[in-house]
Design a protein around this ligand. Structure first.
Ligand code: FES
Length: 161
């Protein structure tokens, strides 16, 4: 049976349907453009998002005796020194092996409890702060790397690339 009202709705119903269709269309367009904009911003500014860290195994606690230092390289190519200072609750520290003055390689001097740069006599304490030489004049510090000891394994926490 042919229902005239269903097949040919009055103009008032057509107007309401048209209005809701238009609203839904604009909401869908807004959501689509919003998502596209969000992805574009995250792609163009990767540092602004939630950058998670991952851990890389560096050494065992038994392997790194007090006074020992071991170098490791992060996935982005930066070299760090994991050092057992032999003091404190957590004796393990890690700093970049690159001197912030002119980029020479620093090494750990256990007797003096410091990192030393042979190029111009720069020295850094166990917190990575300059205590001698040109880096002290420039108030420079060694770049730190977060360390985690889980069980008997020592990990470096590095940004995911
Ligand atoms: Fe290290 Fe100059 S490069 S003190």
């Amino acid at each position: 049976m042919y229902n005239y009202r269903l097949m040919n709705p009055p103009d008032q119903v057509k107007g309401r349907r048209g209005f809701f269709r238009t609203v839904l269309m604009f909401l869908s367009l807004g959501a689509s453009y919003g998502l596209a904009l969000l992805f574009a911003v995250r792609y163009l500014l990767p540092g602004r998002g939630n950058r998670k860290k991952s851990r890389i195994f560096v050494s065992t606690v038994q392997e790194l005796k007090p006074g020992d230092s071991k170098s490791f390289t992060t996935p982005d190519g930066e070299t760090f020194l994991l050092t057992n200072t032999g003091t404190g609750i957590s004796p393990f520290i890690a700093f970049s092996s690159r001197c912030p003055h002119l980029g020479c390689k620093v090494h750990w001097q256990d007797r003096e409890s410091r990192f030393f740069c042979p190029c111009h006599g720069g020295a850094f304490n166990i917190e990575g702060k300059a205590v001698e030489g040109p880096p002290l004049k420039g108030n420079q510090t060694l770049k730190p790397c977060e360390i985690r000891v889980i069980g008997s394994a020592i990990y470096a926490m590095v940004e995911r690339t």
